[in-house]
Design a protein around this ligand. Structure first.
Ligand code: SAM
Length: 181
């Protein structure tokens, strides 16, 4: 009897793990349809991006397409207000779960980045978006940012803009770019 219970628990756990993996894959596909799939920044690049931002305790910080929230959770400790925007529902749930587990104060919103109304408040914006999305960001969001806003991009450049600073590609790591409006 106890062996049967053990088997049921193991099968249940395998099913739950498969369900979570399936939902995250679905979330990534939805993110891809929205513009960029869910692909988290490496821990090394998160550290580089946070360092490059030189965050102050008065800063308002956004991560546009925050994924599981790793960048915005790391930023939260060093700024006044931190907001992660995530459009894909299951990835958003993952970020909420991680926020709950780590008791982080960052705000996580389920929203399309292009519907975000308060980006003019930002001092720092983190992004890790595919080139076509970076171009759309430049066309649609960049003009509404206040002068001096720092944009820190993992992996992808903004074609029409010269970065203020570039951390070159390292082995297995994307380059990181700093732009200042
Ligand atoms: C490459 S991941 C980066 C995640 C996180 N910023 C990081 O660096 O670890 C891009 C994220 O952007 C989200 N995304 C893509 N297009 C979006 C849009 N239009 N609005 C909101 N989120 C979007 C995807 O769902 C995905 O989670």
């Amino acid at each position: 009897m106890s062996m049967l219970l053990f088997k049921i628990i193991i099968i249940g756990l395998i099913l739950i793990i498969n369900l979570i993996i399936g939902l995250l894959m679905l979330g990534s596909i939805i993110g891809h349809i929205m513009g960029s799939p869910f692909f988290p920044s490496s821990d090394k690049n998160v550290r580089k991006m946070i360092k490059l931002a030189e965050l102050k305790d008065t800063d308002v910080v956004f991560d546009l397409g925050c994924g599981d929230g790793r960048i915005i959770f790391a930023a939260e400790k060093h700024c006044q207000k931190s907001i992660g925007i995530e459009g894909s529902f299951f990835v958003y749930l993952l970020a909420l779960f991680r926020k709950f587990i780590s008791n982080n104060k960052a705000e996580i919103r389920r929203q399309n980045i292009f519907d975000t109304k308060d980006l003019a408040d930002a001092n720092v914006i983190f992004v890790f978006l595919l080139p076509a999305m970076m171009e759309k960001f430049y066309q649609k969001i960049f003009p509404s940012l206040k002068n001096g806003t720092k944009i820190i991009s993992n992996g992808f450049n903004i074609k029409s803009l010269k970065p203020t600073k570039t951390i070159p590609r390292e082995k297995n790591e994307h380059p990181v770019y700093l732009f200042i409006k």
